[in-house]
Design a protein around this ligand. Structure first.
Ligand SMILES: *[C@@H]1O[C@H](CO)[C@@H](O)[C@H](O)[C@H]1NC(C)=O
Ligand SMILES: *[C@@H]1O[C@H](CO)[C@@H](O)[C@H](O)[C@H]1NC(C)=O
Ligand SMILES: *[C@@H]1O[C@H](CO)[C@@H](O)[C@H](O)[C@H]1NC(C)=O
Length: 380
């Protein structure tokens, strides 16, 4: 066919083809470069899945789990015990403390029993008792829960990915099977109201399209990921893990032996006249002349809090609350264990999202046995 074309056209065709081929090749090279530039800031960890197997054990891969609650709040003890049992873990109860059982002379200098909020100091002491027990028992790691804690039915799968993210942020190349979270940190603020990273923090781990993440409008959180991180991953459906410089509420946090010693020293031997969560947050941020401790947190948190339907005064033993009646609430969760407790106890195969079908990344109903939790990315 070419031989039948006029000679001028015959000369042009190879040039056109050459240009075309060059264009295609060049655009591949450019696109490739663009991708590698973008992707080089993300990586997926090569840690072996089986190194995290102990996270499925009855202490969630920690050496011990404590639950703090007043002895007489039998209602809360009953519920937490059943919820932990259907989730496959055991808790060791530690009694909450009342301020009237404390003596002024046993308090650190600066604490004044007659002026400090009684429940604040009772809560402080209960957490100090737990930390003292971690040290006395030489536990390498321990998780501490409060008696109204609630968590996703998929907590074990979530914690595996949390551990992967943690090792990724720490730059660990290997994980010891006996310490699936490692022990080179002080505090993991797994459960609480909120947390924040340092404004200059450059690293984070992101789990996009996490079905267990409630929409932003359904959360009761503040701070959270830095604005620049939200440009990389949508805030609505991503769980972020980062080095935390502050946190609040103590529904569920983990300490290492090292962390327990540092926190007990700072909050009981020394003096911080603040509620225990605010004081721990100051340590995470290294505020004042305090030594900064090493804290990490997922956002939204993995352990939230639960309020049964009814009057507010029944909820907390720290804040008095009022007669106002509220609906059943499970903060910052999607597949709340407590809101699904009847299904879980009766052996139903599936559980429900407390938000129905409203977010595209969270099915309204899931089977925890078939649930696949997404893999995250480390952003450098
Ligand atoms: C505690 O505060 C009360 C009232 O302000 C004061 O009378 C008392 O001396 C203080 N006690 C200590 C140990 O500081
Ligand atoms: C669960 O695994 C952790 C990490 O290996 C371990 O320290 C803990 O003792 C285990 N718990 C139980 C009940 O076996
Ligand atoms: C963040 O970095 C800036 C510039 O280096 C510095 O001035 C600022 O103090 C840092 N902020 C914190 C909280 O470390």
């Amino acid at each position: 066919m070419i031989s039948q074309l006029p000679s001028q056209t015959r000369k042009i065709i190879p040039i056109v083809i050459a240009f075309f081929v060059a264009y295609v090749l060049l655009s591949f090279v450019i696109a490739d470069n663009r991708d590698t530039v973008g992707l080089s800031r993300f990586s997926q960890s090569g840690l072996r899945d089986r190194d995290f197997d102990d996270i499925s054990n009855t202490t969630l891969g920690f050496e011990h789990i404590y639950a703090i609650g007043l002895k007489e709040r039998t209602d809360k003890r009953d519920f937490l015990t059943v919820a932990a049992s259907v989730s496959g873990f055991d808790v060791d109860w530690v009694d909450g403390v009342r301020s009237q059982d404390l003596q002024q002379k046993a308090l650190p200098n600066g604490y004044n029993l007659s002026t400090i909020e009684p429940n604040v100091i009772g809560c402080w002491r209960a957490h100090m008792n737990v930390l003292k027990s971690v040290i006395a028992n030489s536990y390498s790691t321990a998780l501490v829960l409060e008696d109204d804690a609630d968590w996703d039915v998929n907590i074990k799968t979530q914690l595996r990915e949390f551990a992967r993210g943690l090792h990724s942020l720490k730059g660990d190349k290997k994980v010891s099977k006996q310490a699936p979270y490692g022990t080179d940190w002080d505090l993991l603020w797994i459960g609480g109201c909120s947390s924040a990273a340092d404004v200059n923090e450059t690293q984070f781990y992101a789990i996009p399209n996490d079905p267990t993440v409630p929409r932003v409008e359904r959360r009761r959180t503040w701070f959270g990921p830095l604005d620049s991180w939200k440009e990389e991953f949508p805030e609505d459906s991503t769980r972020f893990i980062y080095r935390a410089q502050e946190g609040c509420c103590t529904f569920g946090y983990a300490v290492t032996a090292r962390g327990a010693k540092k926190i007990l020293t700072a909050l009981a031997i020394d003096h911080i006249e603040l509620p225990v969560d605010v004081a721990m947050a100051e340590l995470c941020g290294g505020l004042g002349d305090r030594e900064r401790i090493e804290c990490f947190a997922p956002f939204p948190n993995l352990i939230g809090t639960y309020r049964p339907a009814g009057p507010a005064y029944k909820d907390s033993d720290i804040n008095s609350g009022d007669q106002n009646v509220h609906e059943e609430q499970a903060y910052n969760l999607v597949y709340s264990t407590r809101r699904n407790i009847h299904r879980l106890v009766s052996g139903a195969e599936t559980v429900f999202s407390q938000w129905g079908e409203e977010s595209p990344w969270s099915p309204g109903e899931v089977n925890p046995k078939e649930f696949v939790y997404p893999r995250g990315y480390h952003f450098h």
